[in-house]
Design a protein around this ligand. Structure first.
Ligand SMILES: *Cc1c(COP(=O)(O)O)cnc(C)c1O
Length: 432
C-alpha cells in the first residue's frame, strides 16, 4: 500500500519511506491511500479473540502488502505485551485503561510498534536514523524506552523546560546510551516547530537521516487503532450506541479512533475533550481552525495549541467538515473542573489522572445531552505519573507502581537549547 501527503494526494510513497521520513517533504502528513474495511463477521469474532489475535487481524488488513505474516506477528507481539482493560466507573460509563505499559501512558503502544517497524524497515548498513521527537511529556518517555538500545537508531528528545512533570522528565532524561534530551527554553509548540524545521531543512537532510516518532509518523499513529477494536469487543453494550471520549492534545489518538471507525468498527460518535487549549472544540462548534499559543495546564500532555493531526481528522471524514462536526463533539475544561472531577470520581472508588479526567468530563456532558449511549473514556496515563496534581486534588499519597518509582532514582542529563532554529541546527550538524 502507498501513503500520500495530506498536502498533495499525488505525492505517494511506500510504507518504508513514509515510516523512515515521518513527515512528507511538503510538510503534509502521510495517509494510507486506501482504508481497508474489515468484514462485519470478523469484527463480531473479536469478542472471542485475545488482544494479540485482534492485533494480527487489524494490522494484516493494513500492512499485508508490505510485511510478511511473520513480521506482522512479531510486530504485534512486541507491541502488545500488556493489557488495556475496560473498567466500569459508573452506569454505562467505562474507563479504557491504556497505562499498563512500561512508561504508564498510552504512547507505549505507538512507540513500541514504531521502534520495531523502523528497525524492520531499516537495513543493517544504512545510515544511522536520527529520531527527533518533541514531547509534552509522555511521548518522550514512551519513545525513549521503546527505542532504548535499538541498533542504528539515535533518539533526540526536545521538551519544554519546566513544563513536564518530574516523573515524566525522569523517564527520558536519565537513560543515556542512544537517548539524548534537549531542554528547550520555550513551550511544547516551540519544540514541535524546531523538529518540523529540521525535517524541512535541505542541508540537514542531505547530511543526516532524520525521522519523527511523534504521532505525525504513521508507525506511531496507526497501531493506536488496535485498542479501540479491543475495547469495543469487550464493552457490555446492552444494545446501546457506543461513544468514545478521547482526551486530546495533538489529536493522534482521536485520529486512530476514527481510523478504527473507518475500518468498520461501529463507533457511533466521538467526543474530542481538551483542556483550555481548545482550538479543535472551537472548530467543532463552527469556528475556523486557528492555531493558538499553548497554555500550561494540569493536564500538561495535552497543552498543544497547534495540533498536528488536524489534517488527518479531516481526511478521515473525506474533508467533509459538516460530517466531521456531526460525528465528533467538542468539549473543553479548565483546571478547576479537572481537579473537581478527580475528587468526585475518587468517591466512586476510581482514581483518574488529569487527562482521563478531561475525557471523563467530556463523556459525561455528551451523555447528558445524548441519552441512549454507553460510553468509554480513554484513561491515557496512570495517575501516579501526575502525582503532584492528583495527590494535591485528593489530599492523600498515591502508591506508585514499582516501574515508575525506579525512574526517580536516575540522574537527569540534558543539553539546554534556545528556541531559535540556528542553535538546534548547529547541534544536529555536529552530530556526525
Ligand atoms: C499525549 C497524551 C494525550 C494526548 O494525545 P494526542 O494523541 O496527542 O491527542 C493525552 N493524555 C496523555 C496522558 C498523553 O500523554
Amino acid at each position: 500500500m502507498q501513503y500520500y501527503s495530506t498536502n498533495n494526494p499525488n505525492h505517494k510513497v511506500s510504507l518504508s519511506e513514509a515510516v523512515i521520513k515521518g513527515l512528507a517533504p511538503d510538510n503534509g502528513l502521510y495517509f494510507p491511500e486506501r482504508i481497508p474495511v474489515l468484514p462485519k463477521e470478523l469484527i463480531e469474532k473479536f469478542s472471542k479473540m485475545n488482544f494479540r489475535e485482534i492485533g494480527y487481524a487489524v494490522i494484516d488488513a493494513l500492512f499485508s502488502e508490505d510485511l510478511s505474516e511473520t513480521q506482522i506477528r512479531e510486530l504485534v507481539d512486541h507491541t502488545l505485551t500488556f493489557d488495556a482493560p475496560v473498567v466500569k466507573v459508573d452506569e454505562d460509563v467505562y474507563s479504557l485503561e491504556l497505562f499498563h505499559g512500561p512508561t504508564l501512558a498510552f504512547k507505549d503502544f505507538g512507540a513500541r510498534f514504531c521502534s520495531k517497524l523502523m528497525s524492520m524497515l531499516h537495513g543493517k548498513n544504512d545510515k544511522t536514523v536520527r529520531v527527533l521527537v518533541a514531547t509534552s511529556g509522555d511521548t518522550g518517555s514512551a519513545v525513549a524506552n521503546g527505542f532504548l538500545r535499538v541498533d542504528g537508531v539515535e533518539v533526540i528528545i526536545l521538551f519544554p523546560k519546566g513544563k513536564v512533570s518530574l516523573l515524566q522528565e525522569k523517564q527520558f532524561t536519565t537513560l543515556g546510551q542512544n537517548i539524548t534530551a534537549l531542554e528547550v527554553d520555550g513551550v511544547f509548540d516551540d519544540c514541535q516547530t524546531l523538529v518540523k524545521q529540521a525535517f524541512l531543512d535541505p542541508e540537514l537532510n542531505l547530511k543526516l537521516l532524520l525521522t519523527s516518532a511523534n504521532s505525525i509518523n504513521i508507525a506511531r499513529w496507526i497501531p493506536q487503532c488496535l485498542y479501540y477494536f479491543y475495547a469495543f469487543s469487550r464493552l457490555p453494550k446492552n444494545g446501546k450506541k457506543v461513544v468514545f471520549a478521547v482526551p486530546s492534545g495533538n489529536f493522534g489518538n482521536l485520529a486512530a479512533g476514527i481510523l478504527a471507525q473507518s475500518m468498520g468498527l461501529q463507533i457511533d460518535r466521538f467526543v474530542a475533550a481538551t483542556n483550555v487549549n481548545k482550538v479543535v472544540p472551537d472548530y467543532l462548534h463552527g469556528a475556523a481552525f486557528q492555531a493558538e499559543p499553548s497554555i500550561q495546564t494540569v493536564s500538561n500532555s495535552m497543552d498543544v495549541g497547534n495540533p498536528s493531526n488536524f489534517p488527518r481528522l479531516l481526511w478521515l471524514y473525506g474533508n467533509d467538515e459538516n460530517l466531521f462536526r456531526e460525528m465528533v463533539k467538542g468539549y473543553f475544561y479548565n483546571d478547576e473542573e479537572t481537579i473537581d472531577a478527580i475528587q468526585k470520581v475518587q468517591k466512586k472508588g476510581y482514581t483518574l489522572d488529569p487527562h482521563g479526567a478531561v475525557g471523563y468530563l467530556g463523556l459525561g456532558d455528551f451523555m447528558n445531552e445524548h441519552p441512549g449511549y454507553v460510553g468509554v473514556f480513554l484513561e491515557t496515563a496512570h495517575p501516579g505519573k501526575f502525582r503532584d496534581v492528583v495527590e494535591g486534588a485528593l489530599g492523600e499519597e498515591l502508591e506508585l507502581p514499582a516501574r515508575l518509582a525506579k525512574f526517580l532514582k536516575g540522574e537527569k542529563k540534558v543539553i539546554p537549547m534556545g528556541k531559535g532554529f540556528g542553535e538546534f541546527k548547529g547541534f544536529l550538524e555536529n552530530l556526525d
